[in-house]
Design a protein around this ligand. Structure first.
Ligand code: NAG
Ligand code: NAG
Ligand code: NAG
Length: 389
């Protein structure tokens, strides 16, 4: 009896909020535009030692203060190979790897994101005459998967924001890449792969573009769907571009539709990009509502990653780059309230935990003690699993 109650408690907690919380540590993508050209003179790998932002310090801070456990590390395809399908530029990969290692050092899962809009220099992968082939993309991912084969804290977002292309052909391209990655890692399915649909991976267009249907058909070579998830992006401005300061929606309609599709398909997604202007009161309200909704639907939304920090200044339109004052980092108010705040407040599963624990808990409004209680709660599943066994 007690054991089954304990098990219910763990299940309740798992459904309470997203498993992965974090932010893009951007800069490796700077200079990339939606036609898949990337001006490498603009690349700013977000490490101070490489002349970029202090991504290393930010990730440490975010992991310790915000409980972030996933960082997305965007990079230009051209930075890694000068030509599509060409040899890896080992000097550049070593620079990117410094960022990856700084991420891994925080204990977080690190999401490699090829930030090329399904294109290389204006041509669509597998769809433009004379453009990059499926094998060109597969060879890039084979090299990356081989390099990080032994680390299950590495995850792969095959491509940032595909758009204006044939979704069925694109899904076939992704299938080849998934097969290549799993082959490079001896058939183990333990690393997460994120698959992106068209209209810039739009959460609101997942169903109507046929992206959802095409992407859920992709399988691991062994026929399973283990650790194959969908990447969803969504902004709150009028045209969903993330280029305007005004927020016009809390996106619950879009994410609600995506959630219903995922639930019916028995699949999960990670919201790998969303963001809003940090000093805009309308944005604060809408963004907090959106993120509370994503947390409340964590059975299908496994992660919530915002945009962006890294080499962005604190004055960038959608900046989540923390301020550095008096020798320490301080969150942007938007980050504090709408990312950390909604995550902390999303404790729908706690009531079922309360039934199974006799430890008195006092969740106060005070930030510090909330952190302590929440950190303790995160250890509970392990403790409960131990008790069940
Ligand atoms: C690697 O790329 C850099 C520019 O990003 C370039 O200077 C260097 O020559 C390239 N190395 C090789 C081996 O192609
Ligand atoms: C989001 O906005 C809609 C429409 O304005 C509203 O009905 C809904 O309650 C909001 N959602 C949340 C979670 O506040
Ligand atoms: C938001 O306000 C802070 C404090 O005034 C300022 O430093 C920051 O640059 C502003 N951010 C934007 C995007 O305007």
């Amino acid at each position: 009896m007690i054991k089954s109650l304990v098990f219910l408690g763990a299940a309740g907690l798992a459904a309470a909020r997203v498993q992965f919380l974090g932010v893009s540590i951007a800069g490796g993508d700077f200079g990339c535009t939606i036609d898949g050209t990337c001006s490498l003179s603009s690349t700013q790998i977000p490490l101070k030692s490489l002349g970029g932002g202090d991504g290393e310090g930010q990730m440490k801070f975010f992991a310790q203060s915000n409980m972030y456990n996933m960082f997305r590390l965007p990079i230009a395809w051209q930075f890694l190979t000068a030509t599509a399908g060409g040899p890896i530029n080992e000097t550049n990969l070593a620079k990117y790897d410094q960022l990856v290692q700084a991420c891994l050092a925080t204990g977080a899962t690190c999401l490699i994101d090829i930030h090329n809009y399904a294109r290389f220099n204006g041509k669509i992968v597998g769809q433009s005459a004379g453009g990059p082939t499926d094998d060109d993309l597969a060879s890039l991912w084979t090299a990356l998967a081989t390099k990080y084969a032994t680390n299950d804290k590495i995850a792969f977002e095959l491509m940032n924001e595909p758009h204006d292309l044939d979704i069925k052909l694109w899904a076939a391209t992704c299938q080849k890449v998934v097969t290549a990655i799993r082959k490079a890692t001896n058939g183990k399915n333990t690393q997460i792969i994120l698959l992106s649909g068209i209209n810039f991976a739009s959460a609101g267009d997942l169903v109507k573009t046929g992206s959802g249907e095409a992407l859920v058909a992709i399988k691991n070579p062994d026929g399973t769907i283990e650790n194959l998830m969908i990447a969803l992006h969504k902004y709150l401005d009028a045209d969903n571009s993330g280029t305007h300061a005004d927020c016009v929606t809390n996106n619950t309609a879009a994410f609600g539709e995506a959630a219903a599709f995922l639930r019916a398909a028995k699949r999960q997604a990670i919201v790998s990009e969303t963001g809003a202007a940090p000093n805009n009161t309308g944005c604060l309200a809408h963004f907090c509502e959106q993120n509370a909704f994503i947390n409340a639907n964590s059975d299908v939304f496994a992660g919530l990653l915002t945009w962006g920090a890294g080499s962005f200044g604190t004055d960038y339109l959608l900046s989540e780059t923390p301020f550095f004052e008096g020798g320490k980092f301080i969150n942007q108010p938007l980050t504090q309230q709408c990312v950390v705040g909604t995550f902390m407040a999303s404790t729908a599963g706690v009531s079922s935990l309360m039934e199974v624990t006799t430890t008195p808990m006092e969740v106060t409004k005070d930030g510090a003690s909330t952190v302590v209680v929440s950190a303790w709660l995160m250890l509970l599943p392990a403790l409960l699993a131990y008790l069940v066994l």
